[in-house]
Design a protein around this ligand. Sequence first.
Ligand code: FAD
Length: 487
Amino acid sequence: MTDPRPIIVWFRQDLRLADNPALHHAVESGRPLLPVYVLDDVTPGTWRAGGATRWWLHHSLTHLSAALERLGSPLLLLRGPGDAVIGDLAARVDAAEVVWNRCYEPFAIERDSRLKAALKGTVKVTSHKAALLNEPWEVLTGQGTPYKVFTPYWRACVAVTNPERPLPAPDRLSPCPNRPEGDALSDWALLPTRPDWAGGFRRTWAEGLGVGEAAATARLTQFLSEGAANYSAGRDVPGIDGTSRLSPHLHFGEISPRQVWHAAKRAGDRGSEAFKAQMDSFLREIGWREFCHSLLYHFPTLPERPLSPAFEAFPWTQDDKALAAWQRGQTGYPIVDAGMRQLWVTGWMHNRVRMIVGSLLVKHLLLPWQAGEDWFWDTLVDADLANNAAGWQWIGGCGADAAPYFRVFNPVLQGQKFDPDGRYVRHWVPELKHMPDKYIHAPWTAPPMVLRGAGVTLGRDYPAPIIDHALGRQRALDAFATIRGST
Ligand code: FAD
């Protein structure tokens, strides 16, 4: 190579070596390679990383740094606004090129566009598709507009999705000789200290299921060989390990949707017709992820504003006490409280329960969906702007393909249907663990003798319901009636 100038690989939500098109491109260029991660917790803005995200990031970067170091080119850690930091770095090391994998958050698109414009004519910039199977602009209706309903969107995707085989991880990287000094990961203080609320995170993830690329791959393999056979039914049962738990890995890009797609297809092709159908059902959820990202790309106000404009006038209430009871898992509805406590302790909540807790917040309690979105953003290890915003708008009845607002989940019936033996509730709400199955989802209906036998005094050991279901439901319907004509 006559021109020894380096290429900068800007890692963002692609914290992996395998099937990383930006990294692959950099290796193919034959240039010295400078891998960088930039923490931007200084630019003011609404969607700064929450506590759970920072916790996961610390561990994920630890794994990525170690892997890059083994290959010969350690990860440089820098802090500041991404575009300014990378622009300065490119000048400092006299980079020939900057390469990254694309992100779809509105602020990320703006940031990347700014950097592209700033480097134009001096440093080559290349970006790649790595976080999605299809770019949001690749799957459109016949009229060239974005899909707002999932089923036709996914049908269109399935017809065109034929992802190339995942790229291998490089086996050696050529280091950048004039690599500047960066931060130490510990300088960023991403882990909580006082108080250290992350004990459950450590047990669940760092010392349990694992964080990082190797853990993501192992998890996928384990899911395909164990949990996947009963996925369609099992995915609705929070008391069992019936889903892949890949969401944080997918969010941080520790595994790519293309890797997931090929592995699931391969497993499906090797299995029975019934197993193949389970794989299709699993890939459909990967499709929801694609759909949410497409929505965010085409409707960049998705995290803040209802997609359905009529909901701008919805008479939400403000009730800090009710919000706090919901956040702390003290609503008196066991399935809701179990979910909120699972979230607080582990940074993750089962999808079915996300829907139930969300429904209680926006319907029974009439609190705005954005309040739930904010809490999830701070507490989920898989907090993802697209999936979270679309999920909350769906619950709120104001999003694309949303459950109609007037369909109000009954938290007792949901509990009885999806956690019939109360296993999930007993685990997360141990004060109810001796309640018989019959009353576990509605302890206030139990005769005094049963409550006494289970060691539960309502209002002391466990709260009475924060609002009566029928009352809450009616209040929600009345509120909806005020905007109904305009939906
Ligand atoms: P699996 O059932 O194994 O699904 C595989 C993958 O498909 C998931 O890892 C995820 O990437 C994707 N997926 C599954 N369901 C959905 C869905 N409904 N929407 C979008 N993608 C989906 N998911 C997030 O990743 N981040 C979020 O911030 C988030 N917030 C949510 C908020 C609400 C109110 C709701 C109702 C859902 C939210 N979801 C979010 C979607 C879903 O709950 C999680 O993706 C899922 O529970 C993750 O568990 P899993 O990996 O075991 O899922």
